[in-house]
Design a binder for this molecule. Structure first.
Ligand code: 5GP
Ligand code: ZN
Length: 118
């Protein structure tokens, strides 16, 4: 375990340490409910591998990034919001309010989502 992954809550969730229920999982990705939902549907889709943010992603991770988006779409279909609509967000860095330094896509749905976001 590197200094980054040690103590990373999302690495621990991906490792199954807290028994968090996965809505989706494959060898590279897991998805689970946000602990403090900001919408009726609020799911986080993360790579199992620790990657701080999109700012740290490299071209050799293009397939993984694509898989994250596809997994978000899959979760939206599973939760029945694919037709009504959903928002996929990746907060990156301090100005965007990223609070967990392990790349994650938010999937938000189930209410009228304001635009532009705050
Ligand atoms: P960020 O602010 O980094 O874009 O999003 C982090 C999200 O992770 C927040 O919506 C927050 O509620 C969620 N979160 C933080 N810690 C945990 C946790 O331990 N479990 C779960 N399920 N969600 C978490
Ligand atoms: Zn991590």
């Amino acid at each position: 375990m590197s200094a980054d992954t040690e103590g990373c809550a999302f690495c621990r969730i991906a490792n199954g340490e807290f028994g968090v229920r996965f809505l989706y999982e494959d060898p590279d990705i897991v998805a689970f409910h946000d602990i403090a939902p900001k919408a009726p549907v609020h799911v986080l889709v993360i790579p199992r591998r620790h990657l701080k943010s999109l700012a740290e992603a490299s071209p050799d991770q293009a397939a993984l990034l694509g898989k994250l988006l596809l997994a978000a779409g899959q979760v939206a279909r599973q939760l029945g919001v694919a037709e009504t609509g959903y928002r996929t967000v990746a907060n990156t860095g301090a100005d965007a309010g990223q609070s967990v330094a392990h790349l994650h896509l938010h999937v938000l749905a189930g209410r009228d989502l304001a635009w532009p976001p705050g």
